[in-house]
Design a protein around this ligand. Sequence first.
Ligand code: IMP
Length: 200
Amino acid sequence: MSRLLVATRNSGKVRELREMLASSRIQLETFIDHPDVADVEETASSFEGNAALKARHAALATGLWALADDSGLEVDALDGAPGVHSARYAGTHGDDAANNAKLIDSLVGVRNRSARFVCVTSLANPAGELMATARGVIEGEIIDAACGVNGFGYDPHFRPVGEDRTMAELDPLEKAKISHRGQAIRAILPEIQRRVGGAQ
Ligand code: IMP
């Protein structure tokens, strides 16, 4: 059995990946199994940069293959903000309510509501070298009134193109099928299977 460290403490992210790798000989671990690994600062100015930072750091700290992702929301009328700062747009990391309030405030009187969620996944080998990268994008628009209770982050204010529901009104399986994260994971999956699953 090969081992792959998924550089996250978010059990939802791992559950999705576990289902996709169910038939492979890869054992998934997370930071919960490696509590000594310190967090790395996300100092890069792109999703690619931060995903690579996280994957390389996790691999070097554990000597395992490591998979990391970085994601966020890009709003055209805000020149791509909040972008890589999505988690801490309003100041405090992960304060979804404050982030959403700031987003809607920033768009008062703005007609162009086009936006996208972006997710980049990166795979690093046990020596900390970047071996593969994949990007997923879902286009949509920002709506003022929050709708739905599923998901997290900006989901209640993001309506994908061609949908009449927000991301927060989709159930988790529906979301994974179309989301930026689902796309990025599916795109890097063959690399994981080939490099990690095949690395006996
Ligand atoms: P991270 O990639 O886990 O650091 O997420 C960055 C931030 O982007 C999150 O805290 C959310 O604010 C936002 N974000 C990323 N993906 C999603 C999503 O699927 N729905 C809503 N917000 C998201």
